[in-house]
Design a protein. Structure first.
Length: 158
């Protein structure tokens, strides 16, 4: 086979990680960066479109049982293929950086509270958080983060 034909026949998978969920683990190279993420040394991954963030997200989600056995709980923020939780903010974004920060904190708190509730964590502090989030319409029995963009983030700031 000619070199050019060989190069043309190579496949590196789909350009979109979400389309490769089943096969991603077969060819994913576990780099030092991946090992640091899996160990918990890295909490936030940022990068340009196509940098591999979704692939890392999907691989972590696939390993959630193994990570749970090590005391690490994976909570998925949303379905990476679906519409984002904050899609409605495009038309009416928060006016200040502070509002964005509070919005993200509420989003993360709602995710954590829902997961804690699913494990029947019901300490007095946990019930207090559940109550406050329910009162604000940010926590239901079933996960629904849509109302987060409707609340006024500044009402949650001291």
């Amino acid at each position: 086979m000619e070199r050019l034909d060989l190069l043309k026949s190579l496949s590196f998978g789909s350009q979109v990680a979400e389309d490769e969920v089943a096969k991603l683990q077969e060819y994913f190279v576990q780099t030092d960066q991946w090992n640091r993420i899996e160990r918990g040394d890295i909490d936030i991954v940022r990068g340009e479109k196509g940098a591999g963030k979704s692939a890392l997200y999907l691989l972590l989600d696939k390993r959630k049982d193994a990570l749970f056995d090590r005391g690490v709980l994976i909570v998925s923020g949303e379905n990476p293929r679906g519409a984002t939780v904050f899609k409605d903010l495009i038309a009416d974004p928060p006016a200040t950086e502070r509002e964005f920060i509070v919005l993200w904190k509420l989003y993360i708190l709602s995710l954590i509270a829902h997961e804690m509730r699913s494990f029947d964590i019901s300490t007095a502090d946990a019930r207090s958080v559940y109550g406050a989030l329910e009162e604000a319409g940010l926590l239901e029995r079933e996960l629904n983060l849509g109302p987060i963009y409707l609340c006024d983030p500044l009402t949650w700031v001291n």
